[in-house]
Design a binder for this molecule. Structure first.
Ligand SMILES: Cc1cc2nc3c(=O)[nH]c(=O)nc-3n(C[C@H](O)[C@H](O)[C@H](O)COP(=O)(O)OP(=O)(O)OC[C@H]3O[C@@H](n4cnc5c(N)ncnc54)[C@H](O)[C@@H]3O)c2cc1C
Length: 508
């Protein structure tokens, strides 16, 4: 028997379990070093909980902003808002920062806060198993490296696994084929005939960025997106000086942007009439930027605005209007050597195929997680992903999810939600310490009631009633398991202080 001082409880406790020397034993294992993993790590550190490890599958941090390096990649929420409140950056170069600048920001936060020393790179977590006897998670990477922790925080990202369409014959296509999230920078597109599959948030960024380079561009569009103008602009030196030296000014900019976005929630969730102005803006954009009536008809959606992700761009329609660009309604039915064939049977010659087909937002946690009594997360979610506040799952003690089910956003910055969740988790950990409890698990009835409430809220949202199908919905049930159906302030209120009566607390 060994005596160790438990950093969370502060007490010396006896450990019966002989820990193998090759097992890294910490209080908290965080899986993923993107905005979520780094955010929760930063707040743990601030709370004095320093025994944590961040396991990251890749060789670098950054998540979304490490992987998506396609031309034109950037945020579509203004950068002063797309950053942690506790680490605001005063010198963003422009209103909507590009991918390199956001990645630099995250690297800088991790470096300044000493988080890099906590990260183990190249550690793709494959298994995590709860052991009731000693209230620990046993975590294993795909290389067989082992970790033990009291708490497991999954921060694996909502949009991490690229979605690939099933294109028969794609193996016979003799040119490069790649996804926007895995951009082939070694492929020179100059003078090439490029077929782009998909017209989602990534495609509307990279198509305008490559259109001048290629000789022909065919865009296969299943469903046109609704798009509003992007009011991007560089920040001048006066703004940057003020943001740097006058913190109230920086907060004021952030807050103003926050409320502009927050006020949009009603249009998605409860008051379709509130979308009228946005709809008019989107229609005017098409009228102003697309003069060809055939193209206008092709790019005008036939579902309610907001039903699918609302996009922002001022250069998408001008790109599609170029003479060497062809927008073909429908998807790709098959590929042949040197060509792709649309759903309409028309063959289009191409040298390169680029998928702008987005991500699998349903099957995001690709780890085998086994909770109490041998229950696996796959079993618990057999009928669809669900959690309490998108964070805790009944049957899985001491486990927390970042951007779990129904915490995604269509109207405001995801970083606000990440921070709310991270504070909530840290609050629970600190209060467990005070109470001397070893494990915490959400009560099943609390989770059920919460999900009943979610289902009720969802009915009248534009996402469910707007006449479209989207990646927000579980294809099995049609249920929206991705988005938060309320304001971000409402989520903040619910997570500001954890209600411990929602949980079973256990002591050994
Ligand atoms: C192109 C693009 C643009 C976006 N723009 C915006 C925007 O403007 N505004 C906005 O609010 N949101 C935006 N988003 C959403 C964005 O994903 C989130 O805002 C945020 O970056 C998510 O951070 P995360 O840390 O939760 O996930 P990620 O950034 O995806 O990070 C997850 C990390 O976990 C790692 N990981 C995954 N599985 C494992 C495993 N089994 N073991 C170990 N490590 C693992 C991954 O390698 C990755 O590093 C955008 C998304 C994309 C794809």
């Amino acid at each position: 028997m060994t005596f160790v001082t438990d950093p969370l409880s502060g007490h010396a406790e006896a450990s019966e379990t002989a820990v193998a020397p090759d097992v890294d034993d910490v209080d908290v294992v965080i899986v993923g070093a993107g905005f979520s993993g780094l955010g929760v790590a930063a707040l743990l550190d601030k709370a004095g909980i320093r025994s944590f490890r961040i396991l990251e599958a890749a060789d670098d941090l950054g998540g979304t902003w490490r992987d998506n390096t396609y031309p034109g990649c950037g945020c579509d929420i203004p950068s002063p808002l797309y950053s942690y409140s506790f680490d605001q950056k005063s010198d963003w170069s422009r209103l909507f920062a590009g991918q390199p600048e956001i990645l630099d920001y995250l690297r800088d936060v991790a470096r300044r806060r000493g988080l890099i020393d906590h990260i183990r790179f190249g550690q793709r977590v494959s298994h995590a198993r709860w052991t009731e006897a000693d209230s620990r998670w046993e975590v294993t990477s795909s290389h067989g490296d082992r970790y033990r922790a009291r708490f497991l925080i999954s921060a694996v990202g909502p949009l991490h696994h690229p979605a690939y369409p099933d294109v028969p014959g794609i193996d016979t296509f003799d040119g490069p084929v790649f996804h926007s999230a895995d951009w082939r920078h070694d492929v020179d597109l100059t003078g090439k005939r490029v077929a782009v599959v998909g017209t989602g948030a990534s495609a509307i960024q990279f198509v305008p960025a490559i259109v001048d380079q290629v000789s022909a561009l065919t865009v296969f569009q299943r469903t046109p997106p609704w798009i509003v103008p992007k009011a991007d602009r560089p920040f001048d030196s006066r703004h940057r000086r003020l943001a740097r030296w006058v913190p109230p000014y920086r907060w004021w900019v952030r807050e103003r942007l926050f409320w502009i976005h927050e006020n949009r929630a009603a249009g998605f969730v409860s008051d379709p009439g509130a979308m009228a102005q946005t709809g008019a803006l989107a229609r005017t954009l098409i009228e102003r930027q697309v003069s060809d009536p055939r193209l206008r008809a092709t790019v005008t959606p036939n579902y309610a605005i907001g039903c699918k992700r609302l996009l922002i761009s001022s250069d998408w329609y001008p790109a599609l209007s170029r003479p060497h660009v062809d927008v073909r309604p429908g998807g790709v039915a098959e590929a042949r050597p040197g060509a792709v064939v649309g759903d309409d049977g028309v063959e289009v010659e191409a040298d390169v195929v680029v998928y702008g087909t987005g991500f699998d937002a349903q099957n995001t946690i690709r780890m085998d997680i086994t909770g109490r009594d041998g229950l696996t997360l796959a079993e618990a979610w057999a009928e669809g992903n669900q959690a309490y506040l998108g964070t805790s799952v009944a049957g899985f003690p001491n486990m927390f999810l970042m951007i779990g089910p129904n915490t995604g956003l269509g109207h405001n910055s995801q970083i606000f939600m990440i921070e709310a969740q991270a504070r909530y988790v840290v609050d629970i950990l600190r209060r467990l310490r005070r109470r001397g409890a070893d494990s915490v698990e959400v009560r099943p009835e609390v989770q059920r009631d919460f999900n009943d409430w979610l289902a009720g809220r969802m009915v009248d949202t534009v996402w469910q009633s707007g006449g479209c199908r989207s990646w927000y919905q579980d294809p099995r049930s049609g249920r929206n398991t991705v988005l938060w159906p309320d304001t971000t302030i409402a989520f903040w209120r619910l997570t500001r202080r954890a209600r411990l009566s929602d949980y079973h607390l256990r002591s050994r």
